[in-house]
Design a binder for this molecule. Structure first.
Ligand code: GDP
Ligand code: MG
Length: 163
């Protein structure tokens, strides 16, 4: 069985966009307005000859903070349980948010390898801004743009080494 990699993070950071890029099919539902992904989506991909399954987490209910918080906890805990490695996605446009901190707190309790992916770094002049995410204490920090693909190679090179 191939290893499982889960992509977690609050809505709108770009998880589904990155997932689609990885599996090269427009399977996950990307919503420009709310960033809603209705379900967990599974796909297969490979990098440097290593095959793995990817989970795009979502299922958030927009408009109710209560359900929202509970659902994000649920998705992160599921990912910690079933994944061999976790991509924790945040985005440089919004910087560190309270919801990111909630996710980081949950992930910190996990022994699974965490890869912090700072998305929406569409140009090199945003790389410096991305450094603020080191505040979470995760060593493996990568900057990338899921839209244009830059930076994703470095993340995937390191990710497949632990699978
Ligand atoms: P999710 O809720 O985390 O799954 O986020 P989505 O993949 O649905 O993306 C939310 C919004 O961010 C969409 O409008 C995407 O087009 C946009 N987006 C995703 N990745 C990038 C990126 O690398 N750069 C920019 N500028 N926008 C992005
Ligand atoms: Mg999504």
């Amino acid at each position: 069985m191939s290893a499982i990699v889960a992509i977690v993070g609050r809505p709108n950071v770009g998880k589904s966009t990155f997932f689609n890029r990885l599996i090269k099919r427009r399977e996950a539902i990307v919503d420009a307005v709310s960033g809603v992904t209705r379900d967990r989506h599974y796909g297969k991909t490979d990098w440097n000859g290593v095959e793995f399954s990817v989970i795009d987490t979502g299922g958030y209910v927009v408009g109710s903070d209560d359900i929202f918080e509970k659902e994000i906890d649920n998705q992160v805990n599921l990912a910690i349980e079933e994944a061999d490695a976790i991509i924790f996605m945040v985005n440089v446009e919004d910087g560190v948010t309270g919801m990111d901190e909630t996710v980081a707190d949950l992930l910190r309790r996990s022994k699974k390898p965490i890869f912090l992916a700072v998305n929406k770094v569409d140009s090199n002049n945003r790389i410096a801004d991305a450094q603020e995410f080191y505040v979470f204490g995760f060593e493996n920090l990568y900057t990338l743009s899921s839209i244009n693909g830059s930076g994703s190679g470095e993340l995937l090179d390191d990710l497949v080494k632990v699978l």
